[in-house]
Each structure stands twice: as structure tokens, then as C-alpha cells.
Design a protein around this ligand. Structure first.
Ligand SMILES: [Zn+2]
Length: 233
């Protein structure tokens, strides 16, 4: 195998490894991103807090209704006990019972309204919890897919690393150094294939002499325009 083809093989390996590493970085970001799950959790928490608040209001309204009924019962039992003989006093008590009954109706309406509010809050909480379960299940499934892709890529990287070492071992220290420098300065591509008498990396036309020297197993030809190592392909 000529040096140019070994360098080209090394380039192919490194390009694959670059792609895999970029995808692995993306996968890490996707695995970290739990925005949908956090939003669903927050919604469920808010629905829970809302229900608690509404239930508290309802309990307060229920207590008010009970206290009021008790007061009416007491007044009525006094009224019908025959203990009060003074007509003025009796009339006052009758008025009091009447106004207590009016107010009881208002309190009972409020209680009924709050019962409906609590019912709505319960429904909202149920829906929020259901949504959370759905999002949780979806997240677990997505994460499993991402993790499986990640482990596949890690295995591929290990295999490529071994191939990379084998290819590197066939090159001299100078060749490797040039290759590494070109990779760094030429956006990751140090070796370019010759396609239609042009450098496939920068598109420059190559002289017949350069193309000929690129085919020689002993000479390392480089593109006159971009400086990349040429591989006849
Ligand atoms: Zn070039």
C-alpha cells in the first residue's frame, strides 16, 4: 500500500470519527434536555396546589353553612319553646331567624359553586397527571433510543481507533506530523482525492506532472492551491 493510500485511509477513519464524535455530542445534549418532562411536572404540581387551595375554600364554606344552620336551629327552638312571652322580643327573634335563613341561602349557593370549582380542579389534576405519565413514558422511550445509538457509536469509535492505530503505524513521524497539521489548518481534511484532474477538496485543476507524481508510491504529492496531500483514488 502506498503512503498516499495509507494517508487517505487514515483520513477516512478520522472523518468517520469526527462525524461520530459530533453526533455523540448532540446525543449528550438531547439526553440532558428534559424540558418537556419538567414542564409536565410543573403543570401537575400547579394543578395539585390549585386543588388544595379550592378544597380549603370549600371546607371553609361548609363550616360556615354548618355553623349558620346550628344558629338557626337554636333560634328556632327558642322561638317555639314558648319561653319568650314578650311580643316585641318574639318579633325580633322571628326577624333574626328570617335574615339568618336569607344569609344561609347565600352561603349554600357559595358552597355549591365551590363544589363545582373543586370538581373542575380535580379533573384538571387528573388530566395533568395523565399527561405527565405520557411524557414520562415518551421520555423513557426516547432516552432508550438515544442511549442505544450512543453505545453503538462508542463501539464504532473503539473499532475505528484500532484501525487508526494500524494506519498510523504504517506512516513515518514526518508524514503523521504533516497530516496532523493539515487536518488542523484545513477543516479536518488533510488528504484529497484526485477527481477529474482536480483536487476534490478545493476544486483546483492539477497539472499532469503533479497527477503523475501523485501516482508514484514514493513521492507525496500535494495540491499547489490548498496544500493537501493528493490521493490518485
Ligand atoms: Zn486542493
Amino acid at each position: 500500500m502506498s503512503q498516499a493510500s495509507t494517508l487517505f485511509r487514515l483520513q477516512q477513519i478520522d472523518s468517520q470519527m469526527d462525524t461520530l464524535r459530533a453526533r455523540l455530542a448532540e446525543l449528550e445534549e438531547l439526553l440532558k434536555d428534559q424540558a418537556a418532562l419538567q414542564a409536565a411536572q410543573e403543570k401537575a404540581r400547579q394543578a395539585e396546589a390549585q386543588l388544595e387551595e379550592d378544597q380549603k375554600k370549600l371546607r371553609h364554606a361548609e363550616t360556615q353553612v354548618q355553623d349558620h344552620r346550628f344558629k338557626i336551629e337554636q333560634d328556632e327552638s327558642t322561638l317555639y319553646s314558648g319561653k319568650i312571652r314578650n311580643p316585641k322580643e318574639l318579633q325580633d327573634l322571628q326577624h333574626e331567624v328570617a335574615s339568618l335563613r336569607n344569609y344561609l341561602a347565600i352561603l349554600e349557593d357559595r358552597q355549591l359553586e365551590l363544589m363545582m370549582v373543586v370538581e373542575e380542579s380535580e379533573k384538571a389534576l387528573l388530566a395533568a397527571r395523565q399527561e405527565l405519565l405520557t411524557v414520562q413514558a415518551r421520555t423513557v422511550e426516547q432516552n432508550a433510543q438515544l442511549l442505544s445509538e450512543k453505545s453503538n457509536h462508542l463501539r464504532s469509535l473503539e473499532r475505528l481507533e484500532i484501525e487508526r492505530q494500524a494506519a498510523s503505524a504504517a506512516l513515518t513521524a514526518e508524514e503523521l506530523q504533516l497530516y496532523t497539521q493539515l487536518r488542523q489548518s484545513r477543516r479536518g481534511v488533510a488528504v484529497a482525492r484526485i477527481v477529474d484532474r482536480t483536487c476534490s477538496a478545493c476544486g483546483a485543476m492539477l497539472t499532469p506532472a503533479l497527477i503523475q507524481s501523485a501516482s508514484s508510491p514514493t513521492v507525496m504529492a500535494r495540491c499547489a492551491t490548498c496544500g493537501r496531500i493528493l490521493f490518485p483514488g
